[in-house]
Design a protein around this ligand. Structure first.
Ligand code: HEM
Length: 173
């Protein structure tokens, strides 16, 4: 097989924001991360271990979940018309990136903010949001994810409602 060129290392430490030292590294999910100092490296490692993302099974588990999730979404007449002209290859990639970051994955989300992304979807309301959330929950249940972890994931997804529906951020108790 052809040798694969290694990805260039990140030059900014993901923990401290300072310049990363290419000799202080840690590998997570086949990706090498560089840090400014040893304390940052350890913080990053501890954050990964504590993350809901890792508890759910990391990249492979999340990717499988998003694939199954969109099978359900595209079969649902309440919401599938919104995806008629959308490239589902790209949409799945973006949703994987967003959810990974939201659940504590190693890479920051660099896509559009959710308010902008959904601003042009005509008539989008709570019934659509509830349908999408329902499919995500059913997906995680089908994949036999621990109910306590599902509850945590759904709380994070629920916190995006006002942005997705383009409403002012409501005060939450
Ligand atoms: C449950 C919360 C939701 C999350 C976390 C979410 C997440 C996302 C993300 C990350 C993108 C890509 C943004 C980008 O282009 O960079 C996106 C786009 C999109 N979302 Fe959602 N979404 C949610 C709810 C919904 C709902 C309720 C609908 C409609 C039923 C919807 C329909 C769409 C469509 C059609 C796009 C593509 C827009 C375009 O490319 O022009 N989403 N969403």
């Amino acid at each position: 097989a052809e040798p694969v060129a290694p990805k260039p290392l990140n030059t900014t430490c993901p923990v401290s924001g300072k310049a990363a030292d290419p000799k202080i590294t840690w590998v997570y999910e086949d990706q090498t991360f560089a840090f400014a100092d040893e304390a940052s490296r350890q913080k990053f490692e501890a954050d990964r271990a504590a993350s809901l993302y890792q508890k759910l099974g990391g990249k492979a588990a999340l990717e499988a979940a998003v694939e199954l999730f969109y099978v359900k979404v595209l079969a649902d007449k309440r919401v599938n018309h919104y995806f008629e002209d959308i490239s589902m290859i790209k949409q799945k990639r973006k949703q994987k990136e967003f959810l990974a970051a939201a659940l504590g994955g190693p890479n920051p989300y660099v896509g559009k903010d959710l308010r902008t992304a959904h601003a042009d979807l005509d008539g989008l309301n709570d019934t659509h949001f509830d349908a999408i959330a329902e499919h995500l929950q059913a997906t995680l249940q089908e994949l036999k994810v621990d109910p306590a972890l599902i509850a945590q994931a759904m709380a994070i997804v629920g916190s995006t409602r006002d942005a997705v529906l383009n409403r002012p951020q409501s005060a939450k108790p």
